[in-house]
Structure formats: structure tokens, C-alpha cells
Ligand binder design. Structure first.
Ligand code: HEM
Length: 213
């Protein structure tokens, strides 16, 4: 008998594939809204400093959302290499690039609201390790963010695949960001880093040459 998860993901997959254009448009619209929200947040805080704690709270939630999206972005690759949960992989793959863009934007706005805005208003404080790891993550993500589009895929060809493997290094630095913060999510992300390494070893033994785009 067909396992329950296959049935559920079958329905989700059909929905995603049938409505891919609408979903991509919705994600694009969300990206625009996020940027506008970040801009209005910055303007509002410069007008009224009392809003800083509210923005910091929203910023923290966006950090958590960014981690969840990052997990969605890397899990298909791990499943592909381990040759399991094909249906989950195919479903996420079709919108993966947009999830990556959203992950980066939420990460940037998170750092803006929790770190840059308070420093800008109240002045600098000594940089902590977890903040350095967060900054490394966003720096690594920048070229990926810029090249998460059809034009770059066509232009860079094989180089695109190599460049976008950088997401796994991002994953490692996010785990450090969270572990140094003492946040429990760090353990989950670190487990994903280990699964990532295991899946690589497994795939090199099984000669996996599938394209990841
Ligand atoms: C994609 C990159 C990043 C991700 C996924 C991320 C994720 C997170 C998460 C999940 C939290 C915990 C939120 C909570 O307690 O509810 C957090 C906290 C925080 N992050 Fe990030 N972060 C990233 C980059 C950065 C950067 C670049 C900075 C700035 C230098 C930064 C500064 C902070 C600060 C200040 C906190 C709050 C610490 C506290 O609880 O006082 N993060 N981050």
C-alpha cells in the first residue's frame, strides 16, 4: 500500500506543479513586500527610536523564518544524494530558487532590525562571535542571491552549480551563529550539516551526477 506521506506529498506536488506560475508570482510579490517593509521599518525607526524593540522582535522572528527557509533549500539536495523521498524533493525543487531569495532577504532584514538599526541609533557595541558568523553567512549568500535567476543559470552553466554549492557552507555558518547564541535551532541546523556531509560521501560512492538546478 502507498505510504501516507507519498499520498500527501503527491497532492501537494500536483498542486505546486499545476500552480507553479501563481506560486512563483506570489513569492516574488512577497519578496517586494519584504523589501518595502524593511524600508518603512528603517524610516519609522529614524523618526521614533521607541520602535527599536518592536523591530528587534520582528527581526528575530524573521531570523527564525530565514533558518526554516534555508532548511527547505538544502533538504532536496540531501534527499537527492541519498536517493530517498523523491516526491518531497521534486515538489520543493520547482520553487527552490525563490525560497532561496526569500531566505536571503529575511536574513538581511533580520540583521538590519536586530543589529544594524540599534547600532545606528544607539552607537556601536563590541562585535560578538555569533554576529561575525551571521555576517559571514550573509556575505557568502550575496553571490547566490544575485545569481538565483534563469539568466544566471544559462550564463554560468556548470559554474552555477559549483557556486550554489556555497549554500552548504552558509548552512554551516548559520549553525555556528545559532550555537554561539545558545539557540536550540542550532542543533537542528548542525544535524543538517552532518547529513549534508554523509549524503556527499554516499553519493560519491554511488556516482551521482544529477544536475541540482
Ligand atoms: C542568513 C543569516 C542569518 C540567519 C538565518 C539568522 C538567524 C537567527 C536566529 C534564528 C536567531 C534567533 C532568533 C530568536 O531568538 O528568536 C538570531 C538571532 C540574532 N541574530 Fe541572526 N541570523 C542571520 C544573520 C545575522 C546577522 C548578519 C546578524 C548581524 C550581525 C545577526 C544578528 C543577530 C542578533 C543580534 C540576534 C539576536 C540575539 C539575541 O537574542 O539577543 N544575525 N539569528
Amino acid at each position: 500500500m502507498e505510504p501516507l506521506y507519498t499520498k500527501i506529498f503527491g497532492i501537494i506536488q500536483r498542486f505546486v506543479l499545476l500552480n507553479k506560475l501563481h506560486i512563483v508570482r506570489l513569492l516574488f510579490f512577497t519578496e517586494i513586500l519584504l523589501v518595502l517593509f524593511a524600508c518603512s521599518g528603517v524610516v519609522a525607526v529614524t523618526q521614533n527610536n521607541l520602535l527599536i524593540p518592536v523591530l528587534a522582535l520582528i527581526g528575530k522572528k524573521l531570523g527564525t523564518l530565514s533558518v526554516v527557509l534555508l532548511c527547505f533549500v538544502v533538504i532536496p539536495g540531501i534527499f537527492r544524494r541519498l536517493q530517498c523521498f523523491t516526491i518531497v524533493r521534486v515538489t520543493v525543487m520547482s520553487i527552490r530558487r525563490h525560497l532561496g531569495i526569500l531566505m536571503y532577504l529575511t536574513g538581511v532584514i533580520h540583521s538590519l532590525f536586530t543589529y544594524w538599526m540599534p547600532r545606528f541609533i544607539f552607537g556601536p557595541t563590541p562585535l560578538q562571535y555569533f554576529q561575525i558568523f551571521g555576517m559571514v553567512t550573509l556575505s557568502l549568500g550575496f553571490p547566490l542571491f544575485l545569481t538565483s535567476n534563469d539568466f544566471s543559470v544559462k550564463l554560468l552553466k556548470k559554474m552555477w552549480d559549483v557556486l550554489h554549492k556555497g549554500v552548504y557552507i552558509m548552512l554551516f555558518f548559520v549553525s555556528l551563529h545559532l550555537l554561539f547564541l545558545g539557540n536550540g535551532l542550532g542543533i537542528i541546523v548542525f544535524i543538517l550539516v552532518i547529513m549534508e556531509c554523509v549524503s556527499y560521501l554516499y553519493s560519491t560512492r554511488h556516482h551521482d551526477h544529477t544536475i541540482t538546478r
